[in-house]
Design a protein around this ligand. Structure first.
Ligand code: C5P
Length: 224
């Protein structure tokens, strides 16, 4: 349907990216990874030598980088000032700094505007709709989304998946970084991670990716 928005939120490592890309591919929709946008902003802030734990310093620079997202679910991209930073934004320094940067209200306001532009373009374009993943999509970015999903998984399962994705990082260290991020993301004043009103909660711990994709596709079909 034209203007279809599917919001996928949840903590780190809950399976949001794989699920969202799978659903977008199945339904011919565009895909936006808002976490990659926060990571891109964080990468740029670190590059500039700005102290990520100084919210005023971060806030004063938020309008400078040009952040662009490619929305093909088969090959999503993220660029800063025209340079692809897809690999850089997954680095450990960025992963450690992203939650404090994302808690800065001015960062959120800037990226919220960009996210809504991408969503509007996808809804008006050939795909006709978009799957958007993040922490505050159902609550803040797209509160009118036709389908809202809140994915969770046990902390250990999330750490195992993330460590495997990172090509064999230490699971205990991965779990510690992941839990620290979730604490900041859930505790911040502006748009904290939380289950949105009207969201369907799916616990992915005991399910395969294919099963979770099927469940979300079924929710979308039911909502049409
Ligand atoms: O999804 P991913 O783990 O790449 O997100 C990285 C970080 O970006 C999160 O830990 C969170 O701090 C921030 N984020 C956010 N709001 C979103 C998406 C991501 O604050 N909608």
């Amino acid at each position: 349907a034209r203007g279809l928005v599917v919001a996928v939120d949840g903590p780190s490592g809950s399976g949001k990216s794989s699920t969202s890309r799978g659903v977008a591919t199945r339904l011919g929709l565009a895909y936006l990874d808002t976490g990659a946008m926060y990571r891109a902003m964080t990468w740029w802030v670190l590059q500039q030598g700005v102290d990520v734990h100084d919210p005023a310093a971060v806030a004063s620079r938020v309008d400078e980088p040009v952040i662009s997202s490619g929305t093909d679910p088969a090959a999503p991209t993220i660029a800063v000032d025209g340079t692809d930073v897809g690999a850089e934004v997954r680095s450990e320094p960025v992963t450690r700094a992203v939650s404090p940067v994302s808690a800065v209200p001015e960062v959120r306001a800037r990226l919220l505007r960009l996210q809504r532009q991408v969503i509007a373009e996808a809804c008006a374009g050939p795909a006709g709709g978009i799957v958007v993943e993040g922490r505050d999509i159902g609550s803040t970015v797209a509160p009118d989304a036709a389908v809202k999903v809140y994915l969770t998984a046990d902390a250990e399962a999330r750490a195992l998946r993330r460590a495997a994705e990172e090509g064999g990082s230490d699971v205990a260290v991965t779990q510690q970084i992941l839990e620290a991020r979730d604490r900041i993301d859930s505790g911040r004043a502006v748009s904290p991670l939380a289950m949105a009103e009207g969201a369907v909660h799916l616990d992915t711990t005991a399910h395969t990716l294919a099963e979770v994709v099927d469940q979300v596709v079924a929710l979308v079909e039911r909502a049409q």
